[in-house]
Ligand binder design. Structure first.
Ligand SMILES: [Fe+2]
Ligand SMILES: [Fe+2]
Length: 467
């Protein structure tokens, strides 16, 4: 292997080392992973009907698994929080209008849970020449990055909720979920009833669930009592603690039916249905959440989608197939929400164990997307983005015969973005250099048709769904 810049050896999913081929990855320590996704052929052109009448809540409840991963909570945390919060709403006799706003806020409560994209955007805006700015970028990034504590997840979640068309009441509820009754919270240090009621409900419900899931009901009741008047609205704590003898009700929160129970609690006649454009917007919103998780992936998913769309049009894909590939590209790294930021943001080379953990993210992508009915059709394509024609990719080592055209396009789009994008620790490569590197693998681990189409497509990028 040629001598490399240490920063380029970081085997992050989205930071491809310039001189490392995927065959180098075969030396990675074995890690137990689930079997590859079922090999459902995805035809280049087909006559699938546009999606219509999909419940937005159903999509968000299914996608909340990704948000649970980001927060390090057990699967189902969001829907359990939803069930607890809706029971509080029932006991408060909230109007249907209020319950709709609360319900949406609970499904999206962690939409802002990852994020430093704006910080990174500011870092990358400097206008020094690339070579001279590399060290400067690295230093700026080191001081600017993370601290999720410095940034309000509520503010980020508020923006995403508004983008998805939720009401200002929902958005404000999300903004205030880290406010504390005694004024010690964020982002606005509101006190008592200054805090939106929905925010107070969500904070209590999510905390109770977190303790319930990890330590059991007595611990959950204890934390509610101990933080009453400090974090929590005392009147809401009294309501929740009044259920402490209802073991059967609490047990249902961890039943396989929890998601169905949560969905049944959406106020009737207020279900929002989304069409194809709405699903595109959901995919874009989650791409923003994914890209916000690490400063090393600023705008990665949206850029991969742009390149994948351009290649697809170059190859004559029909519009519906471009749309499907666009969503797959936007969500291909959703599994990274399940990878620790300690690994994603590590400045130096990854250890074999860390690398093995990082290489699990396509498995998480598969597990998340195949559980979302509206997205299951492209879950396989999205989860194969690190596989290579010669079987040297990861995590499944899938070979050429099982990599369909959309998956091959996604591979080259992902590689091209990783090579050309500016990162806090290095400037992106130029188009010609990046394409040269990709074409070096053409016919070996990279699909030659996709590589050539990428070359043509990047001459005249077409970025919209309409070409
Ligand atoms: Fe990836
Ligand atoms: Fe990626």
């Amino acid at each position: 292997m040629q001598k490399q810049d240490r920063s380029e050896r970081r085997l992050s999913c989205c930071v491809l080392p310039a001189h490392v081929t995927s065959s180098d990855m075969t030396a990675i320590a074995p890690v137990v992973i689930p079997p590859p996704p079922p090999l459902v052929p995805l035809p280049l052109v087909h006559d699938s009907a546009p999606v219509a009448g999909v419940s937005l809540s159903e999509v968000l409840a299914a996608m909340s698994r990704a948000l649970d991963m980001t927060e390090g909570e057990e699967a189902g945390h969001t829907v359990r929080t939803c069930i607890i919060g809706m029971r509080i709403a029932e006991e408060l006799d909230l109007s249907a209008f209020d319950r709709v706003a609360l319900y949406g806020a609970m499904l999206l409560k962690d939409a802002g849970c990852s994020g430093n994209s704006q910080v990174v955007a500011d870092v990358l805006k400097v206008s020094e020449p690339p070579r001279r700015r590399r060290l400067s970028l690295r230093r700026r990034a080191a001081s600017a990055i993370p601290s999720r504590q410095q940034l309000s997840r509520g503010e980020r979640g508020e923006r995403i909720a508004l983008r998805l068309g939720f009401s200002t009441a929902t958005a404000e509820a999300i903004r205030g979920i880290d406010e504390h009754w005694d004024g010690s919270g964020r982002p606005d240090s509101l006190i008592g009833h200054e805090i939106p009621l929905f925010s107070r409900i969500i904070l209590l419900a999510q905390t109770v669930d977190a303790f319930l899931s990890r330590h059991g009901l007595p611990a959950a009741m204890r934390v509610a009592r101990e933080r009453s008047g400090a974090w929590f609205d005392p009147s809401l704590v009294r309501i929740v603690r009044s259920w402490r003898e209802e073991g059967g009700w609490w047990a249902r929160l961890h039943s396989p039916d929890a998601t169905a129970i949560a969905l049944s609690l959406e106020p009737p006649q207020h279900t929002r249905y989304v069409d194809d454009k709405g699903l595109d917007e959901v995919a874009r919103a989650f791409a923003e959440i994914i890209d916000s998780k690490s400063p090393f992936t600023y705008q990665h998913s949206t850029n991969v989608a742009k390149y994948a769309r351009a290649v697809a049009y170059e190859l004559g894909f029909a519009r519906d197939d471009v749309r499907r590939l666009n969503r797959a590209a936007l969500l291909h790294d959703v599994g990274k929400l399940g990878i620790s930021s300690r690994i994603l943001d590590k400045a130096g080379p990854l250890t074999p164990e860390e690398r093995a953990e990082m290489q699990r993210h396509p498995v998480f992508t598969w597990e998340i997307l195949q559980g979302v009915s509206a997205f299951a059709g492209f879950a396989r394509t999205a989860s194969l983005h690190h596989e290579r024609l010669d079987g040297s990719g990861y995590p499944w080592g899938v070979r050429a015969e099982d990599l369909d055209v959309p998956a091959r396009i996604l591979c080259v789009a992902d590689m091209y973005e990783a090579l050309t994008a500016n990162r806090p620790y290095r400037a992106g490569l130029g188009r010609e250099t990046a394409l040269k590197i990709i074409r070096q693998g053409s016919g070996k681990h990279v699909c030659p048709v996709a590589a050539e189409a990428l070359t043509e497509a990047t001459r005249h990028l077409k970025v919209s769904l309409d070409g």
